[in-house]
Design a protein around this ligand. Structure first.
Ligand code: FES
Length: 569
């Protein structure tokens, strides 16, 4: 590419006062003049933050990216965007996913960048960065931070899914405060994000299967030096991508999204995958709907927690995502182009599997049932999702009477009440935790089992809500009910004792009430959206779309390209 064609030269290539201003202030960082004279300028979009522990090693990772950029003849500039630490940020990191995406979009477009490297790790940082970058559509490559090493506690391998087990054991009096305290440090013993197939690892697999990263990005542990090698190589590759003008929309075709859905089924990925992929597709202009997520023919191939036994570290040693994708070759769109500029099949065909207990074959899978099932019915006209590999087979077809919690506070007040009228056949229903009802749509859908049932040894029940579930959670949990209760969806009218029918195989979630009765009850409904009076939460509640559309803001769909329309200098 000629120097004048580089976008960054609209800044650094100018003569007179404008060029002087653009260049002079960069030089206060000790940058020699030649760095600004026609080299591709690569932004490293960094979600480093000590408040995002999963991404706390990203300054170091960025250095490796820079080495690669310099080596290939580019000029790197690292810039921060808001970071989202899943465990600390309140009320929920998802509230800010769209805000971060705006930060990313505007930061990229407003600055003299020719290409971008996105450093992503903790759950929401990946979709937020990809969404924002899609709306600009420059050459872009993703480098994930990598999972933690497997935790070790009293001779057992542990990771984030054990938080739920520990908490149930604690509530049942089987684990002491001291044991719980000790387990904390044992679980998170290295840098990196959650080491199971939770949302962060699901997102890392998503970007690799979409073709947005170099191969092996998904599973190399954060603490493994090969993670830095990948970052270095990605830095070199983005410079080439700028020269080839290989932009995001060249990679993110409809067929690439189909691949991501297939891979997500085979890895047992998080239900959050649905909401994020829908939002990304809408940004890049690919037509994708809830119906595209049903993948009956794809079995579970990855034996990873929370659906299986192993951890992300084991996945990498077994061959990682390339080895798994090789098993899927016959069902994948093998010719889609990735950031390498080559067909995706080249990323995986030469890979090998070193542990068949970890990565199974299509002929002998871990579980015939996998993926995400979308259910529909009068309780969720626009759909709801369930992850069958994390559910109990016996509950996949179940009819029970509803035990209703009107909101999260109601649930917390009643769930352990010995007088709660509930038994193991009941269906727990939680309302008003959808995008508008509880801004950010928190991960509370896998409600705890009522204590009195827990004491009887009950470990799973059908649970239904308009909220989300942590990717590390499990159970027979129906999530993302759309339309949500707060905007008058049928969920809002469910009452204690109503009969609900779930039939996963048939894709049905049905409230056993006549249409007339539902309409009658809806007419009695009072408005549930407690609209915030100002600020970002007001913006969120006013503009967030329903879960089946990806819960993005209505005004952020699509993109505005990379052109800066007005120039004040
Ligand atoms: Fe960051 Fe799990 S808390 S990935």
């Amino acid at each position: 590419m000629e120097k004048q064609q580089l976008r960054s030269q609209q800044w650094f290539g100018k003569k007179g006062k404008d060029g002087f201003i653009y260049r002079a202030w960069m030089k206060n960082q000790g940058i020699p003049a030649h760095e600004l004279q026609g080299k591709p300028v690569i932004g490293i979009c960094n979600t480093w933050s000590e408040l995002t522990p999963c991404n706390a090693h990203f300054r170091e990772l960025a250095e490796s990216v820079k080495h690669g950029i310099y080596e290939a003849g580019g000029f790197p500039v690292e810039f921060p965007v808001m970071s989202l630490g899943e465990t600390l940020i309140k009320p929920t990191a998802m509230l800010y996913r769209n805000l971060v995406s705006m930060d990313v979009e505007e930061s990229i477009r407003a600055n003299p960048l020719d290409g971008v490297v996105l450093l992503c790790g903790c759950d929401k940082t990946t979709p937020a960065l990809v969404m924002g970058a899609c709306s600009v559509n420059l050459p872009t490559i993703v480098v994930s931070g990598g999972p933690m090493l497997t935790g070790k506690y009293r001779g057992h391998d542990i990771s984030t899914s054990d938080v739920w087990r520990f908490s149930e054991a604690y509530r049942a009096g089987k684990m002491s405060d001291e044991e719980l305290f000790t387990a904390e440090a044992c679980m998170t013993r290295s840098r990196g994000h959650c080491a199971v197939m939770g949302t962060a690892s699901t997102m890392a697999c998503m970007v690799e299967s979409l073709g947005l990263s170099l191969p092996e990005n998904a599973a190399i542990p954060a603490a493994d030096s090969r993670r830095k090698v990948l970052a270095h190589l990605s830095g070199s590759r983005i410079v080439e991508m700028v020269k080839e003008n290989l932009v995001l929309s060249d990679v993110l075709t409809r067929r690439a999204f189909e691949n991501a859905v297939i891979v997500n089924a085979a890895i047992g990925g998080s239900t959050n995958f649905v909401i994020h992929l829908l939002a990304i597709a809408a940004r890049i202009g690919v037509d994708l709907s809830m119906d595209d997520f049903n993948t009956d023919n794809i079995p579970l191939l990855a034996n990873l927690q929370p659906s299986g036994k192993y951890f992300m570290e084991d996945f990498y040693y077994a061959g990682g995502l390339p080895a798994l994708m090789k098993e899927l070759h016959n069902v994948l769109n093998s010719s889609t182009i990735t950031v390498s500029g080559k067909p995706i099949a080249e990323n995986y065909l030469k890979s090998e599997c070193f542990n068949r207990e970890m990565i199974a074959t299509m002929d002998n899978p871990i579980n015939e049932i996998a993926g995400i099932v979308v259910v529909k019915g009068n309780l969720c006209e626009n759909g709801a999702v369930l992850k069958p590999s994390a559910a109990s087979p016996a509950l996949m077809k179940h009819t029970g009477r509803a035990v209703v919690f009107e909101n999260i506070e109601d649930y917390k007040a009643k769930i352990d009440d010995p007088n709660l009228d509930v038994d193991e056949n009941s269906i727990l229903v939680l309302k008003n935790v959808g995008p508008k009802g509880y801004p950010g749509m928190p991960e509370v859908g896998n409600m705890s089992i009522p204590k009195k049932l827990l004491d009887k040894g009950v470990t799973d029940m059908v649970r239904i809500s308009d909220g989300r579930m942590s990717g590390t959670g499990f159970g027979t949990v129906v999530l993302h009910v759309s339309p949500e209760a707060a905007i008058g969806g049928t969920l809002a009218v469910v009452q204690n004792g109503d009969i609900i029918k779930l039939d996963v195989a048939a894709g049905v979630l049905h409230l056993e009430l006549s249409d007339a009765e539902i309409i009658e009850r809806k007419n009695q409904l009072k408005a549930h959206v407690n609209l915030s009076s100002r600020g970002y939460t007001w913006l969120y509640q006013t503009h967030v779309e329903q879960a089946h559309l990806g819960a993005d803001f209505d005004f952020l769909r699509g993109g505005s390209g990379s052109e800066v329309l007005r120039d004040s200098h």
